[in-house]
Every structure is written in structure tokens, then in C-alpha cells.
Design a binder for this molecule. Structure first.
Ligand code: PLP
Length: 217
């Protein structure tokens, strides 16, 4: 596993941050990477995430990468490092409320729907645009939108994957110079085990990699 980890890291140019996706993987596997220096780990279920948080070193930076229900935000609000899967203003309001209760600011990515598949969550570009320009966003003092996340279609067609990531990178660039106290795009989270090369070519600076590092689930 350490070899997989080193090999994967060697493929990432320095500005690209690796989030090791540890969903379904045991504590021991996470600790092995932790001892090799990895600090950013991603999970997609709240229950599993909180259990792992409790058992593992407190300097781990936990990323919530899966769909998040509003009623579960309270369970992760005290410790979550970055939520990648914000897909509505309502969810953002709840994150803000729970962040305030915990006397902190929670960093978030807007998840944008770029795939040509029915199963992927996220905002359309129009919806994201509306959220970014909304009056409601300006009232949220305890969240900060620091970037965007997207998942490409699971396909062999690399041209399509390029096009989907490019569309997200273009939207990212378009909003990069718009900065407020709670909005400043820095992180472009795109790319998984099968398509991270393409994501990086298209300008992604954070990749979420599970099976390539930990082995297939
Ligand atoms: C599982 C998952 C990943 C990692 O997938 P791999 O193919 O194992 O690298 C990345 N992003 C999200 C949102 C996931 O749910």
C-alpha cells in the first residue's frame, strides 16, 4: 500500500493536493498512510467519518466528499476540514449554523454537476451562478466557499472526460477574481483514481484518490 501511495504521489505535480479516499478502509490502513506522512483523508458517509475521526490522530484533515444531508451536518461540524459536496443554499445555511455553534468557520466547495449521468449530485452552472450572486450567501458569516468540486462521467471516452473537466475549470477561472469575505476560489477538486491525469491536465489542484492508493474496494 505504501508503494501504491508513493507511486501515486510521484505522479502529482507539487501544487496538486492528494486527498486519500479511505471510505470502507480500516483504521490500520489509514494509520499506515498517516505514518508515511499523509494528512488529508476523504470519507463519503457521516457515520463512518465520525467513527474514524474519534479513533485517529487529531491532526488529520478530514474531507467530506459524499452527499451530505442537512440533518447530519451537526455530527461533523466541530472537526471537518473541508466539505466538497455543497449542492444547495439550504445545506450551506445549515453548515453556517453549525459552524457558528462551534465557534468556527467551515470551508466548503460547491459541487457542480458536470457528468452526463443521472446518478451524480451537484449544482448546474446556472444554479451555482445564482447561489454565488445571492443575497443569502452574503449573510453567512461562518462558512467560506474556497473552491469547486466535480466528478466526470464514468466512461472510456477520454475526450468527453477532458471536456467535462474543462467546463468546470472554465467556470472556476471565470469566478476566480471575484472575492468576498466568504467567497474566494482557490481549490479545484477534480479527478479520482481513473481520471486524475486528465483532471490535472485540465487544471485541477486537488485530487480524491481511493482505490489506486488503498487497493480496490
Ligand atoms: C469514492 C470516491 C472517490 C475515489 O474514488 P476512487 O475511484 O476509488 O479513486 C472520489 N470522489 C468521490 C466523491 C468518491 O465518492
Amino acid at each position: 500500500m505504501i508503494e501504491n501511495y508513493s507511486n501515486t504521489k510521484a505522479l502529482l505535480p507539487p501544487p496538486v493536493k492528494l486527498v486519500a479516499v479511505s471510505k470502507t478502509k480500516p483504521i490500520e490502513a489509514i494509520l499506515e498512510l498517516y505514518h508515511a506522512g499523509q494528512r488529508d483523508f476523504g470519507e463519503n458517509r457521516v457515520q463512518e467519518l465520525t467513527e474514524k475521526f474519534e479513533q485517529l490522530p487529531k491532526d488529520i484533515q478530514w474531507h467530506m466528499i459524499g452527499h451530505l444531508q442537512t440533518n447530519k451536518v451537526k455530527h461533523i461540524a466541530s472537526f471537518i476540514h473541508l466539505i466538497h459536496s455543497v449542492d444547495s443554499i439550504n445545506l450551506l445555511k445549515e453548515i453556517n449554523k453549525q459552524a457558528l455553534k462551534n465557534n468556527r468557520t467551515i470551508n466548503c466547495l460547491l459541487q457542480i454537476y458536470i457528468a452526463n449521468e443521472e446518478t451524480k449530485f451537484g449544482l448546474s452552472f446556472d444554479e451555482a451562478e445564482q447561489l454565488i450572486n445571492s443575497e443569502e450567501l452574503k449573510k453567512l458569516l461562518n462558512i467560506k466557499i474556497v473552491g469547486l468540486m466535480g466528478m466526470a462521467t464514468n466512461t472510456e471516452n477520454t475526450e468527453q472526460i477532458h471536456a467535462e473537466f474543462k467546463s468546470l475549470a472554465t467556470f472556476f477561472s471565470k469566478h476566480k477574481n471575484f472575492k468576498t469575505f466568504n467567497f474566494e476560489l482557490e481549490t479545484l477538486s477534480m479527478g479520482m483514481s481513473g481520471d486524475f491525469h486528465i483532471a490535472i491536465e485540465e487544471g485541477g489542484n486537488m485530487v480524491r484518490i481511493g482505490s489506486l492508493v488503498f487497493g480496490v474496494r
